[in-house]
Design a protein around this ligand. Structure first.
Ligand code: PLP
Length: 282
Protein backbone atom coordinates (compact mmCIF):
# COMPACT_ATOMS: atom_id res chain seq x y z
CA UNK A 1 0.00 0.00 0.00
CA UNK A 2 0.98 3.61 -0.57
CA UNK A 3 1.40 6.25 2.10
CA UNK A 4 1.20 10.00 1.59
CA UNK A 5 3.84 12.11 3.32
CA UNK A 6 4.65 15.84 3.20
CA UNK A 7 7.22 15.00 0.50
CA UNK A 8 5.61 12.43 -1.76
CA UNK A 9 3.87 9.07 -2.00
CA UNK A 10 5.87 6.13 -0.65
CA UNK A 11 5.37 2.45 -0.08
CA UNK A 12 4.22 1.64 3.47
CA UNK A 13 7.54 -0.06 4.39
CA UNK A 14 9.55 2.90 3.10
CA UNK A 15 8.14 5.34 5.66
CA UNK A 16 10.42 5.39 8.69
CA UNK A 17 11.31 8.06 11.24
CA UNK A 18 14.47 8.74 13.24
CA UNK A 19 14.37 8.10 17.02
CA UNK A 20 14.23 11.84 17.63
CA UNK A 21 10.87 12.49 16.06
CA UNK A 22 8.75 14.83 18.18
CA UNK A 23 5.60 12.79 17.62
CA UNK A 24 7.38 9.75 19.06
CA UNK A 25 9.16 11.52 21.92
CA UNK A 26 6.58 14.10 23.04
CA UNK A 27 3.35 13.15 21.30
CA UNK A 28 3.89 16.58 19.72
CA UNK A 29 1.34 16.31 16.96
CA UNK A 30 -2.29 16.00 15.92
CA UNK A 31 -4.23 13.43 13.90
CA UNK A 32 -7.48 12.56 12.18
CA UNK A 33 -9.37 9.43 11.27
CA UNK A 34 -11.93 9.73 8.48
CA UNK A 35 -14.28 7.10 7.09
CA UNK A 36 -14.32 5.60 3.65
CA UNK A 37 -17.54 3.83 2.71
CA UNK A 38 -17.53 1.70 -0.41
CA UNK A 39 -14.45 3.48 -1.68
CA UNK A 40 -15.70 7.03 -1.06
CA UNK A 41 -14.63 9.47 1.63
CA UNK A 42 -17.38 10.42 4.08
CA UNK A 43 -17.24 13.89 5.73
CA UNK A 44 -13.62 14.36 4.65
CA UNK A 45 -13.87 18.16 4.52
CA UNK A 46 -15.10 18.22 8.14
CA UNK A 47 -12.16 16.06 9.25
CA UNK A 48 -9.66 18.19 7.37
CA UNK A 49 -11.14 21.35 8.90
CA UNK A 50 -10.75 19.82 12.37
CA UNK A 51 -7.17 18.74 11.61
CA UNK A 52 -6.26 22.35 10.85
CA UNK A 53 -8.05 23.57 13.99
CA UNK A 54 -6.16 21.01 16.12
CA UNK A 55 -2.86 21.96 14.46
CA UNK A 56 -3.49 25.65 15.03
CA UNK A 57 -4.29 25.01 18.69
CA UNK A 58 -0.79 23.59 19.20
CA UNK A 59 0.81 26.19 16.88
CA UNK A 60 1.69 23.63 14.24
CA UNK A 61 1.63 24.35 10.49
CA UNK A 62 0.11 21.64 8.29
CA UNK A 63 2.48 21.11 5.32
CA UNK A 64 -0.29 21.46 2.67
CA UNK A 65 -3.12 23.84 1.96
CA UNK A 66 -6.49 22.25 2.70
CA UNK A 67 -7.55 21.77 -0.94
CA UNK A 68 -4.17 20.36 -1.84
CA UNK A 69 -4.34 17.87 1.02
CA UNK A 70 -7.81 16.74 -0.02
CA UNK A 71 -6.57 16.26 -3.61
CA UNK A 72 -3.63 14.20 -2.36
CA UNK A 73 -5.92 12.05 -0.21
CA UNK A 74 -8.13 11.38 -3.25
CA UNK A 75 -4.99 10.43 -5.13
CA UNK A 76 -3.94 8.13 -2.28
CA UNK A 77 -7.31 6.40 -2.40
CA UNK A 78 -6.98 5.85 -6.14
CA UNK A 79 -3.40 4.61 -5.90
CA UNK A 80 -4.48 2.07 -3.29
CA UNK A 81 -7.52 1.12 -5.36
CA UNK A 82 -9.81 1.29 -2.34
CA UNK A 83 -13.37 0.17 -3.10
CA UNK A 84 -14.48 -1.19 0.25
CA UNK A 85 -15.13 0.20 3.73
CA UNK A 86 -11.93 1.63 5.18
CA UNK A 87 -10.45 4.45 7.19
CA UNK A 88 -7.82 7.01 6.36
CA UNK A 89 -5.48 7.93 9.23
CA UNK A 90 -3.44 11.10 8.99
CA UNK A 91 -1.15 12.83 11.41
CA UNK A 92 1.03 15.89 11.51
CA UNK A 93 3.94 16.09 13.95
CA UNK A 94 6.43 18.85 14.69
CA UNK A 95 9.25 16.99 13.01
CA UNK A 96 12.65 15.42 13.73
CA UNK A 97 15.14 17.43 15.77
CA UNK A 98 17.64 16.87 18.62
CA UNK A 99 15.51 16.35 21.71
CA UNK A 100 14.50 19.46 23.63
CA UNK A 101 11.01 20.31 24.87
CA UNK A 102 10.62 23.77 23.35
CA UNK A 103 9.71 24.11 19.68
CA UNK A 104 12.54 23.78 17.14
CA UNK A 105 13.47 27.06 15.46
CA UNK A 106 13.05 25.54 12.05
CA UNK A 107 9.57 24.75 10.78
CA UNK A 108 9.79 21.24 9.33
CA UNK A 109 6.65 19.26 10.25
CA UNK A 110 6.08 15.65 9.23
CA UNK A 111 2.80 14.42 7.79
CA UNK A 112 1.68 10.97 6.84
CA UNK A 113 -1.59 9.43 5.75
CA UNK A 114 -2.49 5.83 5.03
CA UNK A 115 -5.65 3.89 4.31
CA UNK A 116 -6.59 0.68 6.06
CA UNK A 117 -9.55 -1.54 5.33
CA UNK A 118 -12.10 -1.39 8.13
CA UNK A 119 -15.45 -3.12 7.86
CA UNK A 120 -18.47 -1.59 9.59
CA UNK A 121 -19.15 -2.94 13.09
CA UNK A 122 -22.46 -4.41 11.99
CA UNK A 123 -22.94 -6.76 14.94
CA UNK A 124 -22.45 -3.94 17.45
CA UNK A 125 -24.58 -1.52 15.41
CA UNK A 126 -27.41 -4.07 15.43
CA UNK A 127 -27.20 -5.52 18.95
CA UNK A 128 -25.56 -2.77 20.99
CA UNK A 129 -22.59 -3.00 23.34
CA UNK A 130 -21.64 -2.94 27.01
CA UNK A 131 -19.60 -0.12 28.53
CA UNK A 132 -17.77 0.48 31.79
CA UNK A 133 -17.24 3.70 33.74
CA UNK A 134 -13.80 5.10 34.45
CA UNK A 135 -12.51 8.32 35.99
CA UNK A 136 -11.62 11.05 33.47
CA UNK A 137 -8.08 12.00 34.46
CA UNK A 138 -7.33 13.89 31.25
CA UNK A 139 -6.22 17.47 30.72
CA UNK A 140 -8.20 20.54 29.64
CA UNK A 141 -7.23 20.30 25.95
CA UNK A 142 -9.44 17.33 25.01
CA UNK A 143 -10.93 19.41 22.17
CA UNK A 144 -7.58 19.07 20.37
CA UNK A 145 -7.23 15.75 18.56
CA UNK A 146 -3.67 15.32 19.80
CA UNK A 147 -1.43 12.26 19.81
CA UNK A 148 -1.41 12.19 23.62
CA UNK A 149 -3.75 9.24 24.00
CA UNK A 150 -2.33 7.36 26.97
CA UNK A 151 -5.35 7.99 29.25
CA UNK A 152 -7.62 6.83 26.42
CA UNK A 153 -5.45 3.76 25.79
CA UNK A 154 -5.50 2.79 29.48
CA UNK A 155 -9.26 3.30 29.68
CA UNK A 156 -9.93 1.21 26.57
CA UNK A 157 -7.64 -1.52 27.86
CA UNK A 158 -9.61 -1.61 31.11
CA UNK A 159 -12.84 -1.93 29.11
CA UNK A 160 -11.35 -4.70 26.97
CA UNK A 161 -10.11 -6.64 29.98
CA UNK A 162 -13.57 -6.39 31.53
CA UNK A 163 -15.25 -7.62 28.34
CA UNK A 164 -16.77 -4.25 27.42
CA UNK A 165 -16.67 -2.34 24.14
CA UNK A 166 -16.07 1.14 25.52
CA UNK A 167 -14.93 2.97 28.65
CA UNK A 168 -17.06 5.98 29.54
CA UNK A 169 -15.19 8.82 31.25
CA UNK A 170 -16.73 10.68 34.21
CA UNK A 171 -15.46 13.80 35.91
CA UNK A 172 -17.05 15.31 39.07
CA UNK A 173 -19.94 12.85 38.68
CA UNK A 174 -20.72 13.92 35.09
CA UNK A 175 -20.20 11.92 31.90
CA UNK A 176 -17.76 13.62 29.54
CA UNK A 177 -17.22 11.19 26.63
CA UNK A 178 -15.90 7.73 25.77
CA UNK A 179 -12.25 6.73 25.40
CA UNK A 180 -12.69 7.02 21.62
CA UNK A 181 -16.30 8.13 21.20
CA UNK A 182 -18.94 10.64 22.25
CA UNK A 183 -21.67 9.43 24.62
CA UNK A 184 -25.39 10.20 24.47
CA UNK A 185 -28.36 9.55 26.73
CA UNK A 186 -32.01 9.61 25.66
CA UNK A 187 -34.65 10.56 28.23
CA UNK A 188 -38.24 11.62 27.61
CA UNK A 189 -37.64 11.87 23.86
CA UNK A 190 -34.67 14.22 24.26
CA UNK A 191 -31.03 13.48 23.43
CA UNK A 192 -28.48 14.63 26.02
CA UNK A 193 -24.72 14.90 25.56
CA UNK A 194 -21.81 16.81 27.11
CA UNK A 195 -21.43 20.29 25.59
CA UNK A 196 -18.54 20.79 23.16
CA UNK A 197 -16.17 22.35 25.70
CA UNK A 198 -12.42 21.85 26.13
CA UNK A 199 -13.26 18.69 28.14
CA UNK A 200 -14.32 16.60 25.12
CA UNK A 201 -13.43 16.08 21.50
CA UNK A 202 -16.27 17.52 19.45
CA UNK A 203 -16.86 14.50 17.23
CA UNK A 204 -17.62 14.86 13.57
CA UNK A 205 -20.22 12.12 14.07
CA UNK A 206 -21.55 14.02 17.13
CA UNK A 207 -22.08 17.08 14.94
CA UNK A 208 -23.93 14.92 12.40
CA UNK A 209 -26.16 13.50 15.15
CA UNK A 210 -27.01 17.05 16.18
CA UNK A 211 -28.09 17.77 12.58
CA UNK A 212 -30.11 14.55 12.38
CA UNK A 213 -31.88 15.46 15.62
CA UNK A 214 -32.73 18.88 14.20
CA UNK A 215 -34.24 17.43 11.04
CA UNK A 216 -36.10 14.72 12.97
CA UNK A 217 -37.41 17.30 15.50
CA UNK A 218 -35.72 15.49 18.37
CA UNK A 219 -34.55 17.99 21.02
CA UNK A 220 -30.73 17.91 21.25
CA UNK A 221 -29.62 19.07 24.67
CA UNK A 222 -25.93 19.89 25.14
CA UNK A 223 -25.96 19.42 28.89
CA UNK A 224 -23.76 16.95 30.75
CA UNK A 225 -25.69 14.13 32.43
CA UNK A 226 -24.60 12.40 35.61
CA UNK A 227 -23.72 8.83 36.52
CA UNK A 228 -27.03 8.64 38.43
CA UNK A 229 -28.97 9.60 35.28
CA UNK A 230 -27.79 6.40 33.60
CA UNK A 231 -30.07 4.23 35.78
CA UNK A 232 -33.05 6.29 34.57
CA UNK A 233 -32.07 6.46 30.88
CA UNK A 234 -34.52 5.41 28.19
CA UNK A 235 -31.65 4.76 25.77
CA UNK A 236 -27.94 5.35 25.38
CA UNK A 237 -25.63 5.29 22.41
CA UNK A 238 -22.09 6.21 21.36
CA UNK A 239 -20.75 7.75 18.18
CA UNK A 240 -17.42 7.81 16.39
CA UNK A 241 -16.05 7.81 12.89
CA UNK A 242 -15.08 4.14 13.00
CA UNK A 243 -18.20 2.98 14.91
CA UNK A 244 -20.85 5.30 13.43
CA UNK A 245 -23.78 5.05 15.91
CA UNK A 246 -23.78 2.11 18.33
CA UNK A 247 -26.43 1.47 21.01
CA UNK A 248 -25.16 1.09 24.59
CA UNK A 249 -27.27 -1.60 26.26
CA UNK A 250 -25.42 -1.93 29.55
CA UNK A 251 -23.21 0.35 31.69
CA UNK A 252 -21.35 -1.51 34.43
CA UNK A 253 -24.14 -3.74 35.91
CA UNK A 254 -26.96 -1.42 34.82
CA UNK A 255 -29.04 -2.60 31.86
CA UNK A 256 -30.26 0.26 29.65
CA UNK A 257 -33.87 -0.07 28.46
CA UNK A 258 -33.86 -3.75 29.40
CA UNK A 259 -30.74 -4.36 27.33
CA UNK A 260 -32.22 -3.51 23.94
CA UNK A 261 -31.40 -0.73 21.46
CA UNK A 262 -34.03 2.03 21.60
CA UNK A 263 -36.27 3.72 19.09
CA UNK A 264 -34.53 7.11 18.99
CA UNK A 265 -31.16 5.38 18.48
CA UNK A 266 -32.65 3.41 15.58
CA UNK A 267 -33.97 6.59 13.96
CA UNK A 268 -30.56 8.25 14.21
CA UNK A 269 -28.85 5.15 12.84
CA UNK A 270 -31.22 5.22 9.86
CA UNK A 271 -30.44 8.91 9.29
CA UNK A 272 -26.72 8.12 9.41
CA UNK A 273 -27.03 5.29 6.88
CA UNK A 274 -28.95 7.57 4.59
CA UNK A 275 -26.37 10.37 4.88
CA UNK A 276 -23.49 7.96 4.29
CA UNK A 277 -25.21 6.41 1.28
CA UNK A 278 -25.46 3.06 3.06
CA UNK A 279 -29.23 2.73 3.17
CA UNK A 280 -30.38 -0.46 1.48
CA UNK A 281 -31.90 0.39 -1.86
CA UNK A 282 -34.79 -1.76 -3.10
N1 PLP B 1 -13.90 11.45 21.56
C1 PLP B 1 -12.69 10.91 21.47
C2 PLP B 1 -11.78 10.98 22.66
C3 PLP B 1 -12.25 10.30 20.28
O1 PLP B 1 -11.03 9.77 20.18
C4 PLP B 1 -13.15 10.26 19.17
C5 PLP B 1 -12.72 9.71 17.89
O2 PLP B 1 -12.66 8.56 17.64
C6 PLP B 1 -14.43 10.80 19.32
C7 PLP B 1 -14.77 11.41 20.52
C8 PLP B 1 -15.42 10.76 18.19
O3 PLP B 1 -15.08 11.70 17.19
P1 PLP B 1 -15.44 11.47 15.66
O4 PLP B 1 -16.93 11.30 15.58
O5 PLP B 1 -14.98 12.71 15.00
O6 PLP B 1 -14.71 10.26 15.22
Amino acid sequence: PYVLTEKNFFLYQEVTYPPEERGLQFGDGVYEVARIYQGKYFLLQEHIDRLYRSAEAIRLAVPFEKEELIDKLEQLREMNDVNEDAIVYLQVTRGSFPRTHAFPVENRPNLYAYIREMPRKLREIENGVRAILTRDVRWEYCYIKSLNLLPNVLAKQEATERGAFEAIFHRDGKITEGSSSNIFLVKGGKVYTHPATERILNGITRTKVKQFCDSLHIPFVEEAFSIEDIAKADEMFLTSTTSSIIPIIQVEEQLIAGGKPGEVTRKLQAAYEEAAGLAVKN
